[in-house]
Design a binder for this molecule. Structure first.
Ligand SMILES: C[S@@+](CC[C@H](N)C(=O)[O-])C[C@H]1O[C@@H](n2cnc3c(N)ncnc32)[C@H](O)[C@@H]1O
Length: 196
């Protein structure tokens, strides 16, 4: 069943977490004794299902705005009888409201929205809780010293600038302790919420 989800993702060009990213995620869930997870960007439910497999106490709320992917995710969750662990919502994460608290937030959607998402869901993060953010490397381009000289489309340059800004903003934010893992996947950060 997991294999067929992976094959569907490949066939329909759905971006899902790779093995290295998944291993990293699982390691952090174990290290920080995470039970309650908010995932922003479910796609077809692959990462949510893989995280739910770690142990039965893991509960995941996951949000997806694309209708087709949402329905595919619901199918996958049902087929694997994961409804008691995974609650999926069809919504734009920026409009999704919850009073629930989480030990971990996995930010895995449009990179340009990271900062808005982090600020929106900050109140939902338990003290000591972590936010995991993927794709912060832009394939090394965040380390370019002369962005203007880069031969990339304006849209891409703007995205690189946004990511650089986001990296600086979280590194300088008093509310967090941040660790960057630039050698994992395309650059992952763990943002840990300090206690009050
Ligand atoms: C990289 S994929 C998620 C992959 C998934 N976490 C996995 O590894 O199996 C990102 C998903 O975020 C969704 N997305 C993008 N912006 C969103 C938003 N504002 N609210 C909810 N979902 C969004 C996209 O439709 C896409 O399916």
């Amino acid at each position: 069943m997991i294999k067929s989800i992976e094959e569907y993702a490949k066939k329909h060009r759905v971006p899902i977490i790779n093995q290295e990213g998944l291993d990293f995620l699982i390691k952090q869930i174990e290290k920080y004794k995470v039970n309650d997870i908010l995932e922003l960007g479910s796609a077809i439910g692959y990462s949510a299902i893989m995280m739910s497999n770690i142990h039965d106490n893991i509960k995941i709320v996951t949000i997806e705005k694309d209708e087709e992917r949402y329905h595919e995710a619901v199918n996958n969750i049902d087929k694997l009888a994961k409804q008691s662990q995974i609650q999926i919502h069809l919504a734009d994460a920026l409009e999704f409201e919850t009073n629930d608290k989480f030990d971990m937030i996995f930010l895995d959607l449009a990179k340009s929205r990271y900062e808005a998402m982090l600020n929106k869901f900050y109140p939902n993060l338990n003290n000591g809780g972590i936010v995991i953010v993927d794709n912060l490397g832009m394939y090394g381009l965040v380390y370019e010293t002369d962005l203007k000289a880069l031969k990339v489309k304006r849209r891409v340059r703007q995205l690189i600038e946004k990511i650089i800004h986001f990296r600086e903003a979280i590194a300088n934010d008093e509310r967090f302790e941040v660790t960057f893992y630039d050698d994992i996947g395309d650059g992952i950060a763990i943002i840990k919420k300090k206690g009050d």
